[in-house]
Write a protein that binds this ligand. Structure first.
Ligand code: PLP
Length: 398
């Protein structure tokens, strides 16, 4: 029986082969490999796509997040709040920007930051220092200066409430939009839909190959409406120079490769359609999984979100057995992510223990990512659903 992979990246590349190869050809002819018009054009087009004024292309999503935090003013020792159920790059970027990552537990339905728990954290674990006017964490004495909400699996966090708390406590918000290219959020406050990447002071995107908009290698970008942040990131990505060999600050080698920018331009033209196809795949799964509601919980999409389903993540108490069953049937799956970050070896130094973020821990034990990509065919989805039904010991109710 034909295998159904968890992710299939060959088809879109074969379909676009001519256009992609011509990007390589023109780069070879001009030897323009770093910077130049391809990067600038991609930045302009991606900024427009996200509904922001500025986009700065960088070498990866991790660089994007790290640079955005530094450029927005996070200082050494500052506490930066995020969620425990994200990819480790979120906390790596916080630490590497000089910050101290701390966590707020997630909502059990959306798997994104729970604004109520953020409010509880700010109200019960912090106080404003009279002398400096700074918000301090009472246990560590560290200033709390920023929040990184993660738009996990392609669905935006509840940004109205997060932004309202950030404003009240004067916190910087940097969106981790690395999984959410094109996702939308309906802001009740502004009475309009807003794109992921346009709501915080700045936002980070990853163009790792498997993302909704993926390069053919490593790439990332920061989006922002703040010109000074964009300017600082342009320097940070290029060894701190605005003018060649004049280093105004110590920077990094974090530029977006020109060939990747050119390839991303080709693919960006298809992103709206690919996201639409992903939503269609998700709708198909929702429908097919109705009969097995007691075995798996499908993703929950609030009416304020237009998710782009970077991943289609279900939950099951029988996750390991289900995963094995699907593997035996030739169906690929993934786990995003099996261990919450506060329990990872790398972060034991933060001083957290099992039970500190119970929802994130429970979710980590139950999540299973099913095959999801625009080209996944209805009959393949049907087979995934049949195997889930088979696993649950029931006949397909068609
Ligand atoms: C939520 C999240 N943040 C950050 C990153 C980092 O992106 P990159 O791998 O491009 O450095 C990723 C990429 O997987 C991600 O999923």
């Amino acid at each position: 029986m034909k295998k159904i992979p968890f992710l299939e990246l060959v088809t879109p590349h074969v379909e676009l082969e001519e256009q992609l190869v011509s990007v390589f050809r023109s780069a070879l002819k001009t030897a323009g490999f770093v910077g130049g018009p391809m990067v600038e054009e991609f930045e302009r087009e991606f900024a427009e796509f996200c509904g922001v004024q500025f986009c700065v292309g960088v070498a990866s999503g991790t660089d994007a997040l790290r640079f955005a935090l530094i450029a927005a003013g996070v200082q050494r020792g500052d506490t930066v709040l995020t969620v425990p159920n994200t990819f480790a790059a979120t906390t790596e970027a916080i630490s590497q920007a000089g910050g101290w990552p701390d966590f707020v537990d997630i909502d059990g339905r959306t798997y994104n930051m729970d604004p109520q728990k953020l409010q509880d954290y700010l109200e019960t674990q912090c106080h404003v220092d009279r002398a400096t006017g700074r918000l301090l964490n009472e246990n560590t004495g560290r200033p709390v200066t920023a929040i990184v909400p993660v738009h996990l699996y392609g669905q935006t966090a509840d940004m109205d409430r997060i932004l309202e708390l950030a404003e009240r406590y004067r916190l910087i918000v940097i969106e981790d939009a690395c999984q959410a290219h094109g996702a939308e959020y309906f802001s009740r406050k502004e009475n309009r839909w807003r794109k992921a990447g346009s709501m915080g002071r700045a936002a980070a995107f990853s163009f790792y190959p498997g993302k909704n908009l993926g390069a053919c290698g490593e790439a990332g970008a920061v989006t922002t409406n703040d010109e000074s942040i964009a300017e600082r990131i342009r320097m940070l990505r290029d060894h701190g120079q605005a003018q060649k060999y004049y280093h105004d600050l110590e920077g990094y080698n974090g530029r977006l490769d020109s060939i990747q920018a050119g390839l991303l331009r080709v693919k960006l033209q298809h992103l709206v359609e690919w996201n639409r196809m992903r939503r269609e795949v998700a709708a198909g799964y929702h429908q097919l999984f109705r009969p097995v509601a007691e075995i798996i919980t499908p993703p929950y999409e609030p009416s304020s979100c237009n998710a782009v389903y970077h991943l289609y993540v279900v939950r099951s108490k029988l996750r390991e057995a289900l995963r094995m069953h699907l593997a035996e049937a030739g169906i690929g799956t993934g786990i995003h992510y099996p261990v919450a970050l506060h329990l990872q070896k790398a972060y034991l130094g933060l001083g957290h223990k099992q039970g500190d973020f119970p929802i994130a821990e429970k979710v980590a034990a139950e999540v299973l990512s099913l095959p999801m990509y625009p080209q996944l065919r209805p009959e393949e989805q049907q087979r995934v659903a049949e195997e889930v039904l088979h696993f649950s010991g029931r006949a397909v109710a068609m």
